[in-house]
Write a protein that binds this ligand. Sequence first.
Ligand code: MF3
Ligand code: CO
Length: 253
Amino acid sequence: MIVLKSREEIALIRKASRIVAEVLDEVAAMVRPGVTTDELDRAAEKLTLQKGAKPAFKGYRPHDVVYPKSLCVSINNEIVHGIPSARKLKPGDIVGLDFGVVYQGFYGDAARTLPVGEVSERARRLMRVTREALYAGIEQARLGNRIGDIGRAVQQVAERAGYSVVQEFAGHGIGRRLHEDPQVPNYFRSGMPNPRLQEGMTLAIEPMVNEGTAELEILDDGWTAVTADGKLSAHFEHSIVITANGPEILSEL
Ligand code: MF3
Ligand code: CO
């Protein structure tokens, strides 16, 4: 069931999403060679608590393995859900930071992928195209369209650049829960569920784009998704609300 949000509910999702954006800005500023992914996680958690919110991912248990940290940090061939550890970032890495909070009962969720020091032109192009795919999807999030229009736009930008979109993970509704209906796939296929977009729908749109194959594997930690061919992957995500005037991005300052 898709829950449409009232003005008051949207204000709280906006606030939660704003906190996510502020924390991601601060954590992004710490990204440099030598920093450990645990240091990024601890900073994200501390800043969130200072802002009166709580990390949304820590303790989350959609399947049998609880997510143990506040932040997801996915490096190079890692697609999503990388678990912070003592691993140090290296020059030339690309690092995906995915973060969510809950504030007064409402969730916000966003992600971005950044370079660590100087990175290859190949890596920069993948990040740029993935961000463009996200914005192309957001642009379709308007009245008169359907969920599938978002995924079609995302997929078109990624595939025209020679990349593939991950299909195992999708964007999602967001609100009183981190993951609500509808699912927001990053592709379109006829016959898939394709609800109409309506005013007051709040969505997290989150393309994961791979340089090579779309196929993935999950590591033994039960979370980290990696590309099956070991090539790079990038991830960008915003929480948005659909208004009469089009999409409003909530997780952008
Ligand atoms: N942005 C991701 C998602 O919406 C992050 C989830 S991490 C988890 O699925 F730990 F909460 F699963
Ligand atoms: Co999400």
